[in-house]
Design a protein around this ligand. Structure first.
Ligand SMILES: C[S@@+](CC[C@H](N)C(=O)[O-])C[C@H]1O[C@@H](n2cnc3c(N)ncnc32)[C@H](O)[C@@H]1O
Length: 269
């Protein structure tokens, strides 16, 4: 599907970000979200695949394909932000040059490892076995305070993590800081579709999913938080306004699966 550039509505909330219910300030929101992911980590993969009927795998692969030209460059420094249990990272890695399989004559071009960042230790510890024998480095860090130098990264991907940041403008500013000129962002996240798909989405996301999630995850907050966080997340026009305000050029949003999810892309000049 062709990326769409949508005009933005006027700005409202000056510091939009995730706010789990009962939490009003950004620091408390970040802590509550970290604790929540630490708690649901052991059942995250099972729930994810089950509740999305496997569509999540298609979305990760599609996102990786969208940035294939950067992934194909051995020297490209790729950061998968909010990597969680690592499945988006693996989809990226499948499109990286594989150092051990190369048939190039010596000297081999070194392939930069993918940097996989998350602030939930429990999520990362489930990712680490998946990363074994792969050119991926897991790093425990906060997306709003990344341990990377200015202008050191070529591509930042973020799958279903950006929506959870306590401040979207601060998150985007941090991505802008670490990216090199011509570096790109690819942010995959949920959206609230409209029309018939919107009605089906509401039935599933606000009715069935929290019930199933509560039963399986045994954490009453987690799958109530999910639809609430999607409802709070800026719609594509507003998100693209925020992306542009952070300094990025040519933001686009490509809807996935009738707009249930979508990919934001933009470049740093
Ligand atoms: C819904 S999971 C997505 C995981 C993975 N990318 C995927 O597609 O399955 C969101 C992840 O974002 C992480 N996260 C949320 N806020 C973060 C922050 N400020 N810094 C780093 N990681 C964060 C959570 O710990 C969690 O692992």
């Amino acid at each position: 599907m062709t990326p769409v550039a949508i005009e933005s509505p006027p700005t409202t909330d000056p510091n939009p970000g995730a706010r789990p219910s009962g939490v009003s300030d950004p620091a408390a929101a970040a802590q509550s979200i970290q604790l929540m992911f630490d708690a649901i980590a052991p059942r995250y993969d099972l729930l994810n695949h089950l509740l999305s009927a496997g569509i999540d795998r298609l979305w990760w692969r599609r996102t990786a394909r969208a940035v294939r030209p950067i992934l194909a460059r051995p020297d490209a420094v790729v950061l998968d932000l909010c990597c969680g249990t690592g499945d988006m990272t693996l989809a990226l890695d499948h499109l990286r040059p594989q150092p051990l399989l190369t048939t190039d004559p010596l000297p081999l071009t070194p392939v930069s490892p993918i940097l996989a960042v998350d602030f939930s230790r429990n999520m990362l510890s489930l990712a680490q076995p998946k990363f074994a024998c792969r050119n991926i480095r897991a790093i425990e860090a906060d997306a709003l305070h990344l341990p990377f130098a200015d202008a050191s990264i070529d591509l930042v991907t973020c799958a279903f993590g950006f929506r959870n940041l306590a401040s979207y403008p601060e998150g985007l500013a941090e991505l802008y800081r670490v990216l090199r000129p011509t570096g790109q962002i690819a942010i995959l996240d949920f959206n609230q579709p409209t029309g018939l798909m919107g009605a089906l989405y509401s039935l599933y996301f606000k009715g069935i999913l929290p019930l199933l999630g509560r039963l399986i995850s045994r954490d009453p907050r987690a799958y109530t938080y999910l639809p609430e966080s999607v409802a709070r997340f800026p719609r594509p026009p507003r998100m693209m306004e925020l992306i542009a305000a952070a300094g990025f050029t040519a933001p686009t949003w490509t809807p996935y699966t009738f707009g249930v999810a979508g990919l934001y892309r933009a470049m740093k000049h």
